[in-house]
Design a protein around this ligand. Structure first.
Ligand code: FES
Length: 104
């Protein structure tokens, strides 16, 4: 397995402001959340049955799954409301100039 390193994910200007943006990267789908506390990145697939969370409702803190309305904190990945019970896998990210990078 390759060693982790900072990699450019997407330009900030390509993100949906104050919303969730799906980004495909190396065959994986990530969700990028422009939250009230800054940017956060997770696997975009719901841990319940795999729906794309970026199609769900986002309020700046929480992302609601579009399929069965499970709820996660987009800043920590914590599963908050049924039927989700497993937390989201979060990906470390940082802003570098006008690019969002992930540590992967
Ligand atoms: S797939 Fe997300 S709550 Fe069921």
């Amino acid at each position: 397995m390759a060693e982790k390193r900072w990699q450019a994910l997407i330009e900030l200007s390509a993100l949906e402001p104050d919303d969730a943006t799906p980004v495909e990267f190396n065959g994986r789908l990530f969700g990028v959340y422009d939250t009230i506390d800054g940017y956060f990145v997770s696997d975009a697939r719901c841990t319940h049955a795999g729906a794309n969370l970026c199609d769900g409702y986002f309020d700046g803190k929480h992302i609601e799954c579009p399929l069965h309305q499970g709820l996660f904190d987009a800043r920590t990945g914590t599963a908050i409301a049924a039927p989700v019970t497993r937390n989201l896998r979060m990906i470390e990210c940082r802003v570098n100039g006008d690019v969002l990078e992930i540590y992967l």
